[in-house]
Design a protein around this ligand. Structure first.
Ligand code: SF4
Length: 384
């Protein structure tokens, strides 16, 4: 580790750079509050800053206090998260807000050691809130901070290995100033996202270039070290936009646990890859227009369409479906890639099972829909 004099010089150069170049326009920085810091940091996980700004502003208007969030129906919180993905973040936010109301008299805990006990708050978020909102001298270690530190010190440890976290924590903790550690953490994030980027870092513009070992040795491309690659699993589905005689669409609610828990979607049926690829060759986009007309007129899709039985989990239900899919949606999650062929269909208004509803457009707009469902909706709507 560096000597104290070098650390002090580094802090000075780095914070002067941030004063001029930091992203001051971000709404959660303009008026820094513990609650706003928490919401923004959760939203920023896996999501670009530009995307988060609008979501953050809307969320803070809809749920201006921790109490508002704790009292809101979970579906309303999910709705406000629609399109951001990783919906467990929204469910955890609400659960943690309830805990803050019941166990902390509605006040956000101030210490890292307390924050980390709340649902959905991990070491990074606890560090960000404790340092930025309450001035505690703790690091906030995300991918940006790790990348910068690994290049500054040419750290050989794999950043994907959980055992490396302690080392990064110690190194960044040693760099933190006693005053305004939160500003230092913000500066590290901005440096990582704007200059010390994963590919082709802009070293000539970097304020800490003279201290950077990787720059000095021409090894920036070798850091950070990341050995394990995430393996993505492909899953194949058929989705059904099924319309009842009144023109309403059948929607199902996903289970309470797991991917996209509690979000609403068209019924999905998983199939084998081989079968999927065969059906994929038969995509007929022309059928969408027939369906759109039928939605408007509440008429059958096509009198000539063959009956098709959808095998649901317990019992099948009858639906007259388009013989061919109208299109395909592919959506990548962190570890999974969903491939979906969309069929259109008409069906009788059968008794609903738990977690199913018939929905008109107005009701659908109020439900929390995942990004995948939004893509299916767009496919249904056709080219703008
Ligand atoms: S000099 Fe280059 S590699 Fe080193 S911290 Fe700055 S941007 Fe990153």
């Amino acid at each position: 580790m560096w000597k104290t004099s070098k650390i002090q010089r580094f802090q000075k150069e780095f914070l002067s750079w941030f004063k001029v170049n930091g992203r001051k326009h971000l709404p959660w920085r303009i008026r820094r509050t513990p609650y706003g810091t928490w919401i923004s940091e959760i939203m920023l996980q896996q999501t670009r800053v530009e995307t988060v700004i609008d979501y953050f502003n809307r969320f803070m208007t809809r749920f201006p206090t921790i109490e508002d969030l704790a009292r809101a129906p979970e579906e309303a919180v999910l709705k406000s998260w629609e399109g951001l993905g990783y919906y467990s973040r929204a469910r955890n936010l609400k659960a943690a807000a309830e805990t803050i109301m019941s166990d902390y008299q509605g006040e956000m805990p101030q210490r890292y050691s307390e924050l980390i006990k709340l649902k959905g708050i991990g070491p990074y978020t606890a560090g960000a809130i404790a340092s930025m909102a309450f001035g505690e001298r703790v690091p906030a270690i995300d991918g940006n901070a790790m990348r910068v530190a690994s290049r500054l010190f040419e750290i050989e440890q794999d950043i994907g290995d959980s055992k490396s976290f302690k080392l990064f924590w110690q190194i960044i903790a040693a760099l933190l100033p006693a005053e305004n550690p939160g500003v230092f953490n913000e500066a590290l994030m901005d440096l990582g996202s704007a200059i010390c980027t994963p590919q082709n870092p802009a070293c000539p513009e970097c304020p800490v270039q003279t201290e950077c070992a990787a720059f000095k040795h021409g090894t920036t491309g070798q850091f950070p070290v990341k050995k394990r690659k995430t393996k993505v699993r492909n899953i194949y589905y058929l989705a059904y936009a099924l319309q009842d005689p009144a023109g309403e669409l059948l929607l199902e609610r996903r289970p309470d646990q797991g991917l996209l828990a509690k979000m609403w979607q068209f019924p999905l049926v998983e199939i084998e890859k081989k079968e999927y690829l065969k059906l994929r060759e038969t995509i007929d986009e022309g059928q969408r227009a027939h369906f759109a007309a039928s939605l408007a007129e509440s008429a059958l899709v096509s009198e000539a369409a063959p009956d098709l039985w959808l095998e649901k989990e317990e019992e099948p239900f009858a639906a007259q479906c388009t013989p061919f899919p109208i299109g395909e949606v592919i959506h990548l999650f962190s570890h999974r890639r969903w491939h979906i062929l969309l069929y259109l269909g008409k069906t009788e208004k059968l008794p609903l099972k738990e977690g199913e509803i018939w929905s008109d457009e107005e009701r659908k707009r109020r439900l929390p829909l995942s990004k995948v469902q939004q893509k299916l909706d767009q496919l249904l709507a056709g080219p703008a």
